[in-house]
Design a binder for this molecule. Structure first.
Ligand code: SF4
Ligand code: SF4
Length: 256
């Protein structure tokens, strides 16, 4: 999941600033000087405000983008005790279908429309719909086991085509030795242990949980969905923005 591209998206809220990560050594002084802010509560509050806006569509998309930038800044500011092995061109971990919130699904669709070249977008849509056929009717485990033949629809030779809008798990996932990642993908043991730092993953998960909680509190369909399935479902509506508005109004567009 490690590639580097610059976002062409403009007009987002300023990121809310990097936070220290609990569980990584060497950051005690920073933790004392920074205003403590639990990511769950912080992102629950930010998303709640966006959902209550007069025109929530843009506010919600801006809040999600802000969350992504905040997570990137927080991870970059908290240097792990062992160097990570993630770098451009390494993408064993992209041979999967990640779990995302509905929010991240709409953020990816927005990015595809606003920032991808039309031909790239159309090709990505075709791959998403084809993958949806491949995994139709299958559960999480079966889909996971298929990943050698079904990489993420956004994975291209040059890296992630969706990099500026990639989901939270793609930002927080990491490893100290890519051999583990390669073994998990191509070796006999698809459950090979990937050595990483749980604090980094936990921070993104808490942000996600806070935002999912805000959705639940507002009576909006919440929970995690498989990215490929969710994207395909919204694309098949023919007008994902209409589905987005219906979802914000309480319609269960992902589970119906
Ligand atoms: S080292 Fe592993 S987690 Fe990191 S980018 Fe490569 S495959 Fe992904
Ligand atoms: S969106 Fe897909 S290709 Fe991009 S980083 Fe995530 S898994 Fe990899």
């Amino acid at each position: 999941m490690a590639t580097r591209k610059r976002s062409r998206r403009t007009g987002h809220r300023k990121s809310s600033g990097a936070q220290p990560l609990r569980g990584l050594p060497g950051h005690a002084a920073k933790r004392r000087s920074a205003a403590p802010s639990a990511p769950f509560e912080q992102w629950r509050a930010i998303l709640s405000r966006a959902l209550c806006a007069r025109e929530p569509e843009q506010e919600v998309l801006a809040a999600v983008q802000s969350a992504m930038e905040h997570l990137d800044a927080t991870l970059a500011a908290n240097i792990p005790p062992k160097p990570l092995d993630c770098e451009r061109g390494c993408h064993f971990c992209c041979h999967t279908h990640v779990s995302v919130t509905p929010l991240e699904t709409f953020a990816m669709l927005d990015y595809m429309d606003a920032c991808m070249e039309p031909a790239d977008r159309d090709a990505a849509v075709s791959r998403i719909l084809a993958l949806c056929e491949d995994i139709r009717g299958k559960g999480h485990r079966e889909i996971y086991e298929m990943r050698r033949v079904t990489a993420c629809a956004f994975l291209r030779e040059e890296g992630c085509q969706n990099y500026p809008a990639r989901p939270i798990i793609c930002r927080s996932w990491h490893c100290v030795n890519r051999t583990y990642c390669q073994m998990a993908l191509t070796g006999d043991d698809s459950d090979a242990v990937i050595e990483n730092f749980p604090a980094r993953l936990d921070y993104g998960e808490q942000m996600q949980r806070g935002m999912l909680c805000a959705l639940e509190e507002q009576g909006i369909e919440s929970g995690l969905v498989i990215s490929t399935k969710a994207l395909g479902k919204m694309l098949r509506t023919g007008d994902w923005r209409r589905a987005f508005r219906a979802w914000l109004s309480g319609d269960h567009v992902f589970s119906r």
